[in-house]
Write a protein that binds this ligand. Structure first.
Ligand code: NAG
Ligand code: NAG
Ligand code: NAG
Length: 529
């Protein structure tokens, strides 16, 4: 007899043979690449023929992993700045300024950089066939056109969490009372003002994206896809028609959100169960720190060495008084007045440090990847949010009791000492961090396996159109039930409801059990003067 697992494998193999996959990663930022990288490599490891358009070259990879390496220019150069800006100054950008000056300009520039690369142009001239196109979902919509070009289903991957814009496009529930628009800073999200701001920014972002930003991406399509037969679908249509959207979030630390079946959470996809070993010098520092380690790293974009003098001295004066050893990612060779218990390095093996049992607290900027790593390894966080989603990420940590926010402008010796002592001495932070770690890890399959399962699912079911929201076929009026509202609020609304109720008696159904909550709401509304 043939063993059943063997049969199952054959079945799966037959229905999902090696596919030809195009994976586009146009955004040049390293932190984004860290999230997107494992998915392409794993698909190739499982036998798919994967072609990746990226500015980050992999030296070791499976044989069926092909790279089209696009140009890599630092984002601030693309944005027309002379030198590298001090990223700490971004703390004062409003959400609107951040969108306009950073995301929209940076997004268009990196998209153009990829499409204008000689390697990419050469590659696109060739006759290739793809069964699936995967693209990052950030600010580079023009690349979605490649799905149309190859007549392949489109899968999108986000490096950030829930996206209000995507929810609106796919007509996924918005849950504006509890789910925040990704990069708006709201101190108490469920208060009246909090919900109002969330509503306002969600609509603002959507409208400006659609009418101001997307046309710039359309212009790139016109410029770089001249050879494609017109008319072309709009980028908005392509986004709405995506078969699958993989989101870098997880309900164990994010607010629980209702997602359509083709929106799948893969938060933590960049974390492996077993990380590589620490180098000898790091291992020794961590093992020897019997009183524990305070780990300081503001991420790859923000440089601690650019801290203003007063804030730098505040850190040094507080660290000097600690029994713990401080490991600080410091980008320069030396640090004046460095206390003996402070170790500086310009690069840190972050996941391995967080995984070490002696690490007591992580002082960070609240970037999503670092947060997920701290959660995974159960390390409490003190966060100084600078830009993007960092404030929101840290707010969740504070609400869940495993972290504290330290406002950048409030950094001084006194505040730093108070907050650091609180997190080091109050055991509840550590306990909560451990609980979060258990929750975050407890899943039917790993984040990477989840991502690959759903990607292969889309391939097996040729785009899996049946997973897409049927509400996309309705016009906006019908989707919002506005026609019903109008009908029911009209003078004859009451009679109409009554006739519905009578009809339902005739057919033996009760109106209450059949009616959707919306209908009931409308019923109540229609009684109002
Ligand atoms: C794999 O993809 C490359 C394009 O990067 C293509 O040249 C090659 O023919 C593909 N291989 C197979 C077996 O389809
Ligand atoms: C596109 O690339 C060419 C070189 O290959 C360069 O001369 C040109 O300025 C680039 N265009 C843009 C808009 O970046
Ligand atoms: C939407 O995607 C499906 C595959 O999932 C494809 O067959 C269809 O042509 C696409 N429609 C548009 C308008 O791109």
């Amino acid at each position: 007899m043939i063993p059943p697992t063997f049969l199952l494998l054959c079945l799966l193999y037959a229905s999902c043979h090696a596919a030809n996959i195009l994976y586009i990663i146009p955004f040049t930022s390293t932190s984004h690449y860290i999230v997107l990288r494992p998915i392409g490599l794993e698909l190739a490891r499982r036998g798919h023929n994967v072609t990746v358009i990226t500015s980050h070259r992999e030296d070791e990879h499976p044989p069926s992993y092909h790279q089209v390496v696009s140009d890599n220019v630092k984002i601030w150069e693309l944005m027309g700045m002379k030198g590298r800006p001090n990223v700490f100054t971004m703390v004062d950008l409003s959400m609107k300024e951040y969108h306009k000056q950073v995301l929209w300009i940076g997004g268009t520039a990196t998209t153009e950089l990829a499409l204008n690369s000689t390697t990419v142009k050469e590659f696109l001239k060739k006759e290739n066939k793809f069964d699936l196109v995967i693209s990052e979902l950030f600010y580079q919509e023009a690349t979605y056109m490649l799905a149309h070009r190859y007549g392949a289903p489109l899968v999108l991957v986000t490096t950030f969490g829930n996206s209000m814009r995507t929810n609106m496009l796919l007509r996924n529930p918005l849950q504006l009372a509890t789910v925040l628009s990704e990069i708006v800073r709201i101190e108490s999200p469920t208060s009246f003002i909090g919900r109002l701001r969330n509503l306002y920014y969600s609509i603002y972002e959507y409208i400006f994206w659609k009418y101001w930003y997307l046309p710039m991406q359309d212009a790139l399509v016109d410029k770089y896809f001249k050879d494609m037969p017109r008319p072309l679908p709009s980028l908005e249509e392509l986004h709405q028609n995506a078969s699958l959207i993989l989101i870098n979030s997880h309900f164990s630390y994010d607010p629980p959100t209702a997602y359509l079946p083709n929106l799948v959470e893969i938060g933590g996809v960049h974390i492996k169960e077993k990380e590589s070993k620490l180098s000898e010098d790091f291992q020794k520092i961590l093992d020897d720190a019997k009183e524990g380690i305070v780990y300081v790293n503001f991420g790859s974009n923000v440089r601690s060495s650019e801290l203003p003098l007063a804030k730098k001295n505040a850190f040094l004066n507080v660290f000097k008084k600690l029994k713990q050893t401080v490991l600080w990612k410091w980008e320069e060779l030396s640090l004046e007045n460095k206390p003996d218990n402070v170790v500086i390095k310009n690069w840190m093996p972050q996941k391995e440090i967080l995984a070490h049992p002696n690490t007591k607290v992580f002082i960070a900027h609240g970037g999503l990847l670092g947060m997920q790593e701290a959660i995974f390894y159960g390390v409490p966080i003190i966060g100084v949010p600078i830009y993007g989603d960092q404030y929101n990420n840290l707010l969740l940590a504070e609400e869940n009791g495993y972290g504290k926010i330290l406002d950048y402008h409030d950094i001084n010796e006194h505040s730093l000492e108070r907050i650091l002592n609180e997190v080091l001495k109050d055991d509840s932070f550590r306990r909560r961090a451990r609980e979060m770690s258990l929750r975050f890890r407890d899943r039917p399959m790993s984040a990477l396996d989840t991502a690959v399962f759903w990607i292969e699912y889309v391939i097996r079911h040729k785009g899996a159109d049946f997973m897409k929201n049927p509400a996309l076929k309705l016009n906006w009026f019908a989707f919002q039930m506005l026609d019903l509202q109008l009908r029911l609020r009209s003078a004859s609304g009451f009679e109409y409801i009554a006739s519905l109720a009578l009809d339902s008696l005739d057919t033996g159904h009760s109106l209450i059990s059949d009616a959707s909550p919306t209908l009931l709401l409308l019923l109540l509304h229609s009684f109002k003067p």
